[in-house]
Write a protein that binds this ligand. Structure first.
Ligand code: DX5
Ligand code: ZN
Length: 223
């Protein structure tokens, strides 16, 4: 499968969000990544429904909603109604993770769980069968424009092994510090979906950057 590309709206020009969504609509991007931050789970606040609902109406790409919030179960149905195809909650924010995953699935969305850089992948093994996707954070969540943490590559490889061994279709998404300089290495480690904010929206030609990320080869999967 060709890698999926999910531009992160967090890095767009907020004074011209409509143009950013149109750029993604007219690009080879697969999804539109939406980062929701509550100032509690992460030390930053992004945007809420007043932004996501109109963006969902305008977007022709499925929304990939990344909830960096405590108590995500309060808002799952509303994000689904806003157009979320994938809803990702954080392992570290969900004491009843199994139940939250079932809630996401009941809403009709695909269920994903994110893990912070310090969280080992094996902590997800008891729910792996229930997941459509695992999101491996390759920066500490809360801000765009950070440096990729290379230790994440080991986590991607380890998880890919487990998914293949169990014959699952679970996708691996990687988020943070990804650009043309390291995307190929991340894909070869086993990533199926790449989130990219700054490297796309701060580029001189964002849609060309999406095209280049999409065109990178995936001949060998190093597991
Ligand atoms: C970070 C967010 C990311 C962020 C990525 O907390 O989850 O999605 O937008 O931004 P870049 O690609 O600039 O690291
Ligand atoms: Zn994100």
């Amino acid at each position: 499968m060709k890698q999926l590309i999910a531009p992160s709206l967090l890095a767009a020009d907020f004074t011209n969000l409509g143009a950013a969504v149109e750029m993604v609509n007219n690009s080879e991007a697969d999804w539109l990544h939406i980062d929701i931050m509550d100032g509690v789970f992460v030390p930053n606040i992004s945007y809420g429904f007043s932004v996501v609902e109109p963006v969902g109406k305008l977007s022709k790409k499925p929304l990939d909603v990344h909830l960096m919030i405590v108590n995500p179960e309060k808002y799952i149905e509303r994000f689904r109604d806003a157009g979320a195809e994938y809803i990702t909650v954080h392992y570290e924010a969900c004491p009843h993770l199994h139940s939250t995953i079932q809630q996401i699935k009941s809403s009709g969305a695909k269920a994903a769980v994110a893990i912070n850089p310090h969280t080992p992948v094996h902590l997800l093994y008891d729910v792996l069968e229930d997941l459509d996707m695992v999101l491996i954070m390759s920066v500490n969540p809360g801000f765009g424009g950070q440096k990729f943490i290379y230790r994440s590559l080991h986590k991607i490889r380890e998880l890919k092994h487990e998914i293949i061994n169990r014959n699952l279709a679970t996708l691996i998404e990687v988020d943070g510090g990804i650009g043309l300089q390291n995307a190929e290495t991340i894909i070869k480690a086993g990533a199926d979906a790449l989130v990219a904010g700054s490297s796309i929206f701060k580029a001189e030609n964002p849609s060309e950057t999406i095209h280049r990320l999409k065109s990178l080869g995936k001949d060998t999967i190093i597991v």
